[in-house]
Design a protein around this ligand. Structure first.
Ligand code: GDG
Length: 465
């Protein structure tokens, strides 16, 4: 079995083999793969240093070797807070209005990708598979090749790929994609993002997409591109949901709701998640359905993220105002319509909260996949499941057509979907849930990882296995 080198912006190793703490499924899946493949996980330590030294901090954590570097403050400003989170993230989520184009951001992005390449290249041995993650590191494959690395290198993009007409508003867009065309495999969350990428390569770079719909021929190179929809760690999540902590969280929420039906939202505090629009839709529901409204409470959990980026501070302020406004307009002495919470909870607590909620409200304006939708489905009681309301603009919508699919921009449509979900008879809830649970269980993060690693191993390696 080839060794695996995973490279991502940050490194996050789960604390135990069966982590059920505040770890994401991705960390659990990659951690397990790295243990099996005796691999290394490389990335930024999250620490700032006065001047970049390239010093590698190698550690053995819970069976996985991690290698991290510190970055200097200019790197963090231009690469992470700048190009990654003020240029690519908004643009790839269709927010051209929030996208900032600063030459220094682009320069810092390439400089840090170069630093990543310089630091990780000496760790790569012949035969290793190299798996790069996400929008922070799009040019890294090319930069590794420039340093003599001849291994197979793959990229998985966790966020959407924008339509060509949007993407060309990025200065030097050709350069970014030409760098990407040095990977052997490029994976996307959904067929929609994959098609957008192929369209761009054909139209703007004159590449050729083979009849199989995924192999790109460009300047004598051949790149396999495909959708690899990510899933949750189903087994880990179900286990977390069976713990005492989860049961207590479930009972606590149910008791505090005092017989009212709970609608739950769980999202990083990010404008792409459609939280402002979600609150507007809930307001619309409260106004249009006053008879149903008093029997409902919305719990929105939104731990802050990327607090150094001003648009994230703006959205936080907007949401606080909106929650205050809605509560002010509708609350009674014994009822507050929105519980808006900025703190994070453990995965076991989340599993308990999801199960206690009659409706899961997942309405991003644009989302690569969205794992909360899948976690909500996984956490339900099969005999009395809740209803998932899901944005049609999340990658997950393609895999969960039995959710109530909505346009998150339309407060009228989402407000009506809330009313429909709350009134939905048990038989229909069960039927819809049964239509979704198979894909959530079987297309899990382990299947996703194995699928990607098999594609990265290449046809020759697969045939020999
Ligand atoms: C990117 C893409 C893609 C949230 N609050 C708490 C908490 N969470 C966990 C959720 C879920 C995860 O964070 C969020 O996953 P998402 O998929 O919703 O979103 P992004 O962070 O934007 O992730 C996305 C994903 O990458 C994977 O490829 O699906 O489209 O944008 O697991 O449960 N976890 C805990 N406490 C919280 O308060 N423990």
């Amino acid at each position: 079995m080839s060794r695996l080198i995973v490279i991502s912006n940050r490194v996050s190793v789960p604390k135990t083999e069966n982590a059920s703490g505040a770890q994401g499924g991705l960390a659990v899946a990659l951690g397990a793969a790295l243990r099996e493949h005796r691999g290394i996980w490389f990335g930024w330590s999250g620490q700032e240093t006065d001047s970049f030294t390239g010093h590698l901090d190698l550690q053995r954590q819970h069976g996985v070797t991690t290698a991290t570097i510190d970055l200097e403050s200019q790197d963090i400003d231009e690469y992470y807070n700048g190009y990654a989170n003020r240029t690519l993230w908004p643009l790839f989520h269709h927010r051209v209005d929030l996208t900032e184009y600063e030459r220094s951001f682009g320069e810092g992005y390439e400089r840090v990708n170069g630093r990543f390449a310089d630091s990780v290249a000496p760790l790569i041995e012949p035969g290793d598979l190299v798996w790069v993650h996400d929008y922070h590191l799009l040019p890294l494959g090319k930069f590794l090749q420039d340093r003599g690395i001849r291994n197979r290198i793959g990229l998985f993009l966790h966020i959407p790929w924008p339509p060509t007409r949007l993407f060309v508003s990025l200065p030097f867009h050709e350069r970014l994609v030409e760098h990407m065309l040095h990977y052997d495999v490029i994976g996307f969350q959904s067929e929609e993002w994959h098609e957008s990428f192929c369209h761009y390569v054909e139209k703007e770079l004159g590449g050729r997409v083979a009849a199989d719909g995924g192999t790109i021929e460009w300047q004598g190179r051949s790149i396999v591109t495909r959708a690899f929809p990510i899933g949750i760690d189903y087994a880990e999540f179900v286990e977390a949901g069976a713990t005492e902590v989860a049961h207590r969280a479930h009972d606590r929420l149910r008791a505090s709701a005092d017989g009212k039906k709970v609608i739950i939202g769980v999202d990083r505090l990010d404008y792409s998640k459609g939280l402002v629009e979600r609150f507007d839709s809930y307001h619309r529901f409260l106004t249009d359905h006053p008879e149903a409204a008093k029997d409902v409470v919305l719990l929105q959990i939104a731990p802050p993220s990327r607090e150094d980026v001003h648009t994230y501070q703006d959205i936080r302020n907007t949401l606080e105002r909106s929650a205050g406004h809605i509560n002010g307009a509708h609350a009674d002495i014994d009822w507050v319509p929105i519980r808006y919470v900025n703190q994070g909870y453990s995965r076991a607590e989340l599993a308990g909260f999801y199960r206690a909620a009659r409706v899961g409200l997942v309405t991003p304006l644009r989302d690569g996949m969205n794992l909360v939708a899948k976690e909500y489905v996984a956490a339900q009681d099969p005999d009395d499941p809740g209803v998932l309301i899901l944005s049609r603009f999340a990658g997950a919508a393609l895999q969960l057509p039995d959710a109530l699919l909505v346009n998150p921009h339309s407060s009228e449509e989402v407000g009506e979907a809330i009313a429909t979900a709350l009134a939905m008879p048990k038989e229909e809830r069960i039927r819809r849930w049964q239509g979704m649970i198979g894909s959530v269980r079987d297309e899990d993060v382990i299947a996703w990882r194995d699928d990607f690693v098999a594609a990265l191993s290449g046809p020759a390696a697969r045939a020999a296995a």
